[in-house]
Design a protein around this ligand. Structure first.
Ligand SMILES: *Cc1c(COP(=O)(O)O)cnc(C)c1O
Length: 379
């Protein structure tokens, strides 16, 4: 079965009691049992819910995997994977991971005795140098936010070997453009809030693996801690995921056109988009991904204030955090998504005050280009 067929059919059998073609929203916390312990496999909705089960089957299939566990947010999914670890364990992390991931690791999990080393994981040697006898997990994100740097997943999985779990946050690329498990990763995490849900109307997360033992432990944690999505949110994410391929193709086509337009514009200093031949890791992008996604960032030759004003005057790009919805968004990372990182550290990582990030939506690209062109002309 191919990608879109899986998205539309796996886990989506007609409802056995009514024949409803679409999986119902099983808005129930509990299930009536025939006799003590005699039930249809459902006992309590933190543990198991039919709408969530359908979503999990669908999302596992999209990563060509055996198992998925859905969560109430991407962070809850990340926390579940981190609960595979124990006090004293060491983790190597990409130095430009999602801000919320950094916060979870540094402000929550360090208190539980985990230690973290942050490295520029776009350089596999930096990852290798950071591995130690206590390293149990490598946490990667690729492409990274907001600079769209890439990490060579296969190279790092080869370095990590069998004893170290490589986990990849695949939120930016989506399973449509990148399949980390096939490159050697053991776990994939998504914020389904973004492209997988795709309509900016639900928060969710998922952890996906082919490893039965790892899955059992994540499932155990899902039930023990209880960070599960409600049935309606599970259903919204599932509905969104059915059109993931269609949307990703359009996101990419639009992003590529905008990246090329911006790169040609004299006021634009630099465009970060893995699909551009000017991207330093374009060859890796072509090898590792089947498409380049809908996210890009760029800097302009103007003072910070004017870059911020520009972001606020666009007509179709809403000034907002988050990404991956059908509508286009623009954000100023230094003051918005990455505002909590000290300025010096931010600049060291290349997140300068003039940097803007676009989540390119699926509108007609001519409208998006006109919008950018008009705002650029006003600068
Ligand atoms: C948004 C995001 C997260 C966190 O997901 P939530 O659903 O907001 O909890 C994690 N990783 C990446 C790359 C994200 O963009």
């Amino acid at each position: 079965m191919r990608f879109s067929t899986k998205a539309i059919h796996v886990g989506q059998e007609a409802d056995p009691t009514t024949g409803a073609t679409i999986v119902p929203i099983y808005q129930t916390s509990t299930y009536t049992q025939e006799a003590v312990g005699k039930h249809k496999g459902f006992d309590y909705s933190r543990t198991v819910n039919p709408t969530r089960v359908a979503l999990e089957a669908q999302l596992a299939a999209l990563e060509s995997a055996a198992h998925a566990s859905a969560f109430g947010s991407g962070m809850a999914a990340t926390a579940a994977v981190m609960n595979l670890l124990a006090a004293g364990d060491h983790v190597v992390v990409s130095d430009d991971v999602y801000g919320g991931t950094y916060r979870l690791f540094s402000r929550v999990l360090e208190r539980y005795g985990l230690t973290f080393t942050y490295v520029d994981s776009s350089d596999p040697h930096a990852v290798e140098a950071a591995l130690g006898p206590k390293t149990r997990l490598v946490w990667l994100e690729t492409p990274t936010n907001p600079l769209l740097k890439l990490v060579d997943i296969r190279a790092i999985c080869d370095l990590a070997g069998n004893d170290i779990v490589v986990a990849v946050d695949n939120t930016f690329a989506t399973p449509y453009f990148q399949q980390p498990l096939a490159l050697g990763a053991r776990v994939v995490v998504h914020s389904t809030t973004k492209y997988i849900g795709g309509h900016s109307d639900a928060v969710g997360g998922v952890a996906i693996t082919n490893d039965d033992a790892l899955h059992e432990r994540i499932k155990f944690h899902q039930n023990s801690v209880g960070g599960v999505p409600g049935p309606f949110d599970a259903w919204l994410v599932m509905r969104g995921a059915k059109t993931l391929a269609l949307r990703m193709r359009q996101h990419e086509r639009n992003a590529r056109a905008i990246a090329e337009f911006l790169e040609r514009h004299p006021i634009v200093e630099r465009v970060n988009y893995p699909g551009l031949p000017s991207h330093p890791q374009h060859a890796l992008a072509q090898r590792q991904m089947t498409g380049f996604g809908g996210m890009l960032s760029f800097t302009m030759r103007v003072p910070e204030q004017r870059a911020m004003d520009f972001a606020a005057t666009l007509r179709y790009f809403s000034l907002a955090e988050s990404l991956g919805g059908v509508e286009s968004l623009i954000c100023h990372p230094a003051r918005m998504t990455h505002g909590s990182i000290p300025k010096e550290e931010r600049e060291r990582r290349g997140i300068t005050d003039g940097l803007l990030r676009l989540s390119v939506g699926v509108e007609d690209v001519e409208d998006l280009l006109e919008d950018l062109e008009t705002a650029l002309a006003r600068l």
